[in-house]
Ligand binder design. Structure first.
Ligand code: CA
Length: 343
């Protein structure tokens, strides 16, 4: 769920089936209208669907929205640019500039979050391709964009250019997700399913939640060229002893054990005013347990998250208003919750 740049009057919320709805920024709002509808081409099987969208920072003057979704025939991830032809009132499904097509071997671990970074580049996350334990060893394979957060320049020639700072920027593009050498689209790799990530609007730091396998959920401070360890490591722990479990990987910034949850949902750094004690804290949650956690963004790696609340929410996403206030979306019953200071 997002607000369009410079427009705090409305909210846009994506539904997995392939629709983005728009409604007034008013808690008593009781109706919505369709902003965008590609439900006819979206495959929402398993963890697939319309998984993320990002407004161009100059929207609607630059009438572009970037959309991440999955299709059938065969099952694939698409990252595409769509255009508004009515000054931002709706987004037309008629013209689609396809940027990335990534064949997906399974309908889980599709990643799918998407955002324009403070550097103006487009970031997209992809999981390890699915299955249990990364059976295709995609996490440590840089010749695929599975298990990676990619970064591409969408302001240059079509379909995209490679930012010169990417770790494998001199290699040929992996337009279909795989290459003969390391993919130049990769910004960082070694992830299992970093399906929610965000940039802090003040520090520019990139934070991602990476879902664990059997034991550990992790939050990563994602920096260029870093390898976050999956599937040799799960959190800060050895997962695949046969790999040797090198200790040279980038450690998680924070982790929690499965006693507290089963599937981390990456969140956002709070920059609002309603909860002064939370300013500068990274707030995230667990999809299964409903717990909401936070840690001070400036705390060093290894910080233990503090539990803010125990909820019954199936936490599918966090959202941030232009005013910096945070919201939590419930996948189970379709409700939207605002984080407020305890009375
Ligand atoms: Ca990791």
């Amino acid at each position: 769920m997002k607000q369009a740049p410079g427009d705090s009057s409305r909210w846009f919320v994506a539904e997995k089936s392939g629709v983005i709805r728009v409604f007034a920024n008013d808690p008593s709002s009781s109706s919505s209208s369709v902003f965008f509808d590609i439900s006819g081409i979206v495959a929402s099987t398993g963890e697939g669907g319309l998984l993320g969208f990002a407004f161009h920072p100059n929207f609607p003057a630059t009438p572009e929205v970037f959309v991440s979704y999955t299709r059938d025939g065969p099952f694939r991830s698409f990252v595409s640019r769509f255009y508004s032809t009515d000054n931002g009132q709706t987004l037309s499904p008629l013209v689609e500039d396809i940027l990335i097509v990534n064949p997906q071997p399974a309908t889980n671990h599709n990643g799918g979050d998407i955002a324009l970074g403070p550097d103006g580049y487009l970031y997209v996350s992809f999981g390890d391709g699915g299955g249990s334990g990364d059976p295709n060893e995609n996490g440590q394979n840089t010749m695929t964009i599975h298990g990676a957060i990619v970064r591409i320049d969408v302001e240059g020639s079509s379909p995209y250019e490679i930012p010169p700072g990417n770790p494998f920027s001199s290699n040929a593009a992996c337009a279909q997700g795989v290459g003969a050498a390391a993919c130049p689209e990769i910004f960082a790799w070694g992830f299992r399913n970093p399906w929610r990530f965000s940039f802090d609007g003040v520090t520019g730091r990139l934070w991602a939640g990476d879902v664990g396998q059997n034991a550990w959920e992790e939050i990563d401070l994602v920096e260029v060229g870093e390898n976050y360890g999956w599937n040799d490591r799960e959190g800060a722990h050895c997962f695949d002893p046969a790999s040797g479990c090198a200790d040279t990987f980038r450690e998680p910034h924070a982790e929690y054990a499965h006693a507290l949850g089963r599937s981390v949902t990456g969140g956002l750094v709070y920059r609002g005013s309603d909860v002064p004690d939370l300013v500068g804290w990274y707030v995230f949650g667990d999809f299964v347990s409903g717990r909401v956690f936070a840690f001070n963004e400036d705390a060093p790696a290894g910080v233990t998250p503090e539990e803010l609340m125990a909820t019954s929410i199936l936490i599918v996403s966090f959202a941030e208003g232009i005013d910096g206030e945070l919201y939590i979306l419930d996948y189970g019953v379709g409700t939207i919750h605002k984080i407020e200071r305890a009375p």
